[in-house]
Each structure stands twice: as C-alpha cells, then as structure tokens.
Design a binder for this molecule. Structure first.
Ligand code: ADP
Ligand code: MG
Length: 230
C-alpha cells in the first residue's frame, strides 16, 4: 500500500453569512487522505458534505485553515490559479451528471483534455471505456443514454486527465438502487485499476461498503473515521 498523503487538511473552518444568519458549515476539520484510498464521507443533509468537497476542489475558499493537495497549498490561491489547480488535480462527478447535451459521449469524456489543451491518452481512453463498459455509448448523445450510462460517461470524464483526486458528490442521487450500486462499484474499479484516489459523498450507508474508509460528519465536524481492513 502506498503511504503517500495526497490530501492534507488542517484546522478547516467555513462560515456562511454573518451575525444572525451565520452558519458554521465546516467547524474545525483535520484530515489526511492517502493516495489510492477510496473514502466515503457520510452524513445527513446539511452536515457540511458539499461545502467540504467545494473547499477541496477550490470552488470555495475557507474562512480559515489550510488544504494541501500533493504537498501544494491550494487554500490560499486566487483566480486564475485556483481554476488551473482544479483542472490539473481534480476530477468531479456530479449528482446530475452535468454532461453537455450537444456533445457525444466521446466528446464529453475528452472535454477536460480539450479545455486544458492536453492530448488525449488514447490507450487510457480505450481502457477506461472498457472498464466502465461504455464502448457502445461513446457515439451517442446524452439524450440517448440511461441515467446509469450517463453517470459512467461522467466518471470516465473525471478520470481522463489522471487527476490526483476524484471527488463525487452524491453521484448516485439521480439513480435507482441497482444503478447506484453499480456506479459505486465502478468507482472502486477505478481505484483498483488506476490507483485513483476517490472521495465520495453520500447519505446512504449501504453505498459505503465498497470504500476503504468511512468518515462520518455531523454539524461540520468529523464524528467518526473508520478504516476498513484491506
Ligand atoms: P450537505 O451537503 O451535507 O447537505 P452543505 O455543505 O450543503 O451540507 O451545507 C452545510 C450547511 O451550510 C447547511 O446548514 C446549509 O444550509 C449551509 N449552506 C450551504 N451553502 C450555503 C450558502 N451558499 N449560503 C449560506 N448557507 C449555506
Ligand atoms: Mg450536499
């Protein structure tokens, strides 16, 4: 097992609003995540999960505290460095898939490479679509795909740039039970085949069964951190 720390969070706080309307969405989080770990973050609605993911991806800046990705401090970056950091380091899978309807499956998957002016790694592309079993979807448009197929295209899109971390916010929130389990299994496949570090948010305990570690959050704090035997 690789012991390299890919994500290091220290003394993290995020407050929304002021005075009467103040909400401490993240209320003192310290966390280290190892390279290649598949981590589930489990918590009720309003517990701060999305805020935490947005802080890690640099979509939000913290009220205080530091976030380091692979030794680089990202929590103090300003635009455009924040966007560049996100492009280089992070792959994101959304609940609503966020595919572009006028692009084919293939075009959606390779879009992050185009945006970053990076060459598509064709062998890796073929390997990913094989692993995710979406060979038959790459020529189709999103409107011609099922929810599960769309989410697999979105996972391929998150993996294509070899990001340091894949972040998934309730990636099964728009899927039925069977497709939810299948989607999380495929995230595990990405961890196993590509040593991909994955942080998945969910409020469904059952979906944490494929992860190496389950972190439970409540009111912006970590209340339980369980490492499974590997
Ligand atoms: P979760 O993803 O676990 O449901 P969130 O991170 O979305 O939790 O929200 C954590 C808390 O912060 C909640 O009380 C929510 O109402 C509040 N919150 C989230 N985003 C904002 C915002 N943009 N402005 C004010 N309050 C917010
Ligand atoms: Mg949320």
């Amino acid at each position: 097992m690789n012991e390299e720390i890919i994500l290091k969070i220290k003394g993290l706080y995020k407050t929304y609003g002021e005075k009467d309307t103040e909400v401490k969405a993240i209320d003192g989080i310290d966390l280290e995540i190892k390279k290649g770990q598949f981590v589930s973050i489990l918590g009720a609605s309003g517990s701060g999960k999305t805020t935490l993911l947005e802080l890690i991806s640099g979509l939000l800046s913290p009220t205080s505290g530091t976030i380091m990705i692979d030794g680089q401090r990202i929590s103090n970056l300003e635009e455009p460095d924040r966007t560049i950091m996100r492009r280089e380091n992070i792959g994101i899978v959304f609940q609503q898939f966020n595919l572009l309807s006028m692009l084919t499956g293939y075009e959606n998957i390779v879009l992050p490479c185009k945006i970053a002016s990076r060459k598509v790694d064709d062998a890796y592309f073929r390997d990913i679509i094989h692993s995710l079993k979406i060979e038959d979807q790459i020529k189709k448009y999103p409107s011609q795909m099922s929810g599960g197929q769309k989410q697999r295209i979105a996972i391929a899109r998150a993996l294509i740039t070899h990001p340091k971390i894949v972040l998934a916010d309730e990636p099964t929130g728009s899927l039925d039970h069977k497709n939810s389990l299948r989607t999380v299994q495929l995230l595990k496949t990405a961890k196993e085949k590509y040593q991909q570090t994955i942080i998945m948010i969910t409020h469904n305990e059952e979906l944490t069964k494929y992860s190496d570690r389950v972190i439970r959050v409540e009111d912006g704090k970590i209340i339980k951190d369980t490492l499974k035997n590997e």
